[in-house]
Design a protein around this ligand. Structure first.
Ligand code: ADP
Ligand code: MG
Length: 228
């Protein structure tokens, strides 16, 4: 489903984001990308989203080589990827409902489908009662659940998360992890960058460890520091 072949990203200022990455993620996998700050996690996420292009190597997502996509093919790629960031990135002047509906309007979903799917996904993340609230009227956890609803409302096969619990207190973070596990169980492939050691240790999923831009460990099922 996702394949990286010999991926290197050098930034224009000469600093190395990642180097020589080879990674294969299968449909339905739940993969943590871990490593200390500066190890290359966000660079890898941005390469998957095609926010960055690699200096070297090839990335294939759903059998499409994204490294050679033209500008007008990028929307096709984006439809296959839901995204959640640490800082939520909600539209501040839109309600919870409208933030989620907006993701459907962008892909020109019929209004009838929007009216059906937005309440369904808000109920999945437990936010029906907050549908009319603005982001600044929500707690951090509620904002992240809104972002999660928006990321999955178009039913993408892959969900990419960069430190989704980074701004949340531990209890709230676990609520988000439970939702991610539910979403994964329904068949969505999940790639989550994090340095939340406790979460990774408890979840016992695949763990890919980056250090200074290199994959130094890849274990099928385990904790943050388990040996390969
Ligand atoms: P992480 O998400 O694991 O903290 P990053 O992918 O953000 O790591 O960073 C990996 C390396 O790439 C670091 O050395 C960082 O300084 C560098 N880097 C990240 N973004 C940029 C950028 N826009 N310009 C130059 N260097 C960058
Ligand atoms: Mg990062």
């Amino acid at each position: 489903m996702i394949r990286l072949e010999n991926i290197t990203k050098m930034y224009p200022n000469g600093s190395k984001g990642v180097e020589g990455l080879n990674l294969h993620i299968k449909k339905g996998d739940f993969v943590f990308i871990v490593g200390s700050s500066g190890s290359g996690k966000s660079t890898l996420i941005k390469l998957l989203l095609k926010e960055l292009d690699p200096t070297e190597g090839e990335i294939t997502i759903n059998n499409v080589k994204t490294t050679t996509l033209t500008r007008n093919q990028i929307p096709y790629l984006r439809r296959n990827l839901g995204v959640v960031f640490q800082d939520f990135r909600l539209l501040p002047n839109k309600t919870v409902y409208e933030n989620v509906a907006f993701a459907m309007r962008v892909i020109e979903a019929p209004s009838r489908v929007i009216r059906r799917n937005v309440p369904a996904v808000l109920s999945l993340v437990g936010l029906n009662k907050k549908a009319k609230s603005l982001p600044n009227q929500l707690s951090g956890g509620e904002q992240q659940r809104t972002a999660l609803a928006r990321a999955i409302v178009n039913n993408p096969p892959i969900l990419i998360c960069d430190e989704p619990t980074g701004n949340l207190d531990p209890d709230t973070a676990w609520g988000i992890m439970q939702l991610l596990e539910d979403i994964n169980r329904r068949g969505t492939t999940i790639v989550m960058a994090t340095h939340a050691r406790d979460i990774v240790d408890v979840m016992q999923k695949r763990v890919v460890t980056l250090k200074q831009g290199h994959i130094i460990r890849d274990i099928e099922k385990g904790g943050y520091d388990d040996e390969a």
